[in-house]
Design a protein around this ligand. Structure first.
Ligand SMILES: Cc1cc2nc3c(=O)[nH]c(=O)nc-3n(C[C@H](O)[C@H](O)[C@H](O)COP(=O)(O)O)c2cc1C
Length: 208
């Protein structure tokens, strides 16, 4: 069984160098993202590529301590969208987050194949970044993608260095995929329909 190399080698790398990434390289990443499929070809993604030092510094000020590792990045991509920019179907099937995820997936694979790091994060103060970049309040700032070149793992915290140099961490396939019938016993969602806790009690007869 073989995987496309970029899928197999992509990791959420945190050891970044300050070496520049050219606008041409960034545009290649954005073009790869823009080739992603979307519902009714809505193309809901809006990217703001940040490489100007003063603006970059403002975005980095919105990172919490845990994302200290992103500070050397020469480029950060903001990914924003709005619910009505993509299909809104029954059963709460709003596709804008899905579409943007598809685009960022393409972008990460393209980056890996170019020897670059493209690490999406959710840990930032969204209002602060939206003001810094002029993103209207009715858009959701879905993620920041930290872009750069590989750096020195010794700059990382002990925890992050262990992750960086350790093996890939995934649940067994049978915990997330089954044949012919839904066989998962995820904990109940919160009353508001919010996310269930991460504990998992998966697996059964039809599990892969
Ligand atoms: C939507 C999203 C948000 C994430 N947020 C952060 C973050 O704020 N900080 C961080 O260090 N890593 C973040 N990550 C990276 C994940 O922790 C990482 O992808 C996961 O642990 C799996 O590791 P792998 O990508 O190397 O396989 C995020 C990833 C995604 C897709």
């Amino acid at each position: 069984m073989t995987f496309i190399p970029a899928i197999e080698t992509r990791r959420a790398r945190r050891a970044l160098s300050t070496a520049p990434v050219s606008r041409e390289e960034v545009e290649t990443l954005l073009r790869a993202a823009h080739l992603a499929p979307s519902c009714n070809n809505s193309q809901p993604w809006r990217f703001v590529a940040v490489d100007e030092p003063a603006v970059l510094a403002q975005v980095k000020e919105a990172l919490p301590g845990g994302n200290y590792w992103a500070k050397p990045a020469p480029v950060i991509l903001a990914v924003a969208s709005r619910r009505d920019l993509d299909c809104m179907l029954s059963d709460r099937r709003d596709y804008f987050l899905f579409g943007c995820g598809m685009a960022v997936g393409n972008l990460m694979i393209q980056a890996t194949s170019m020897g670059l790091i493209a690490h999406p994060i959710a840990g930032y103060k969204p209002e602060q970044v939206k003001i810094a970049l002029g993103i209207p309040v009715d858009y959701t700032l879905i993620t920041l993608v930290i872009v750069g070149r590989p750096g020195d793992p010794s700059t990382l915290s002990d925890k992050h260095r262990a992750i960086e140099l350790g093996p890939r961490d995934r649940r067994p396939l049978e915990a997330v995929a089954s044949w012919n019938r839904f066989e998962f016993k995820d904990p109940a969602a919160n009353a508001d329909g919010g996310p269930a806790p991460s504990a998992h009690d998966g697996a059964a007869a039809n599990a892969m």
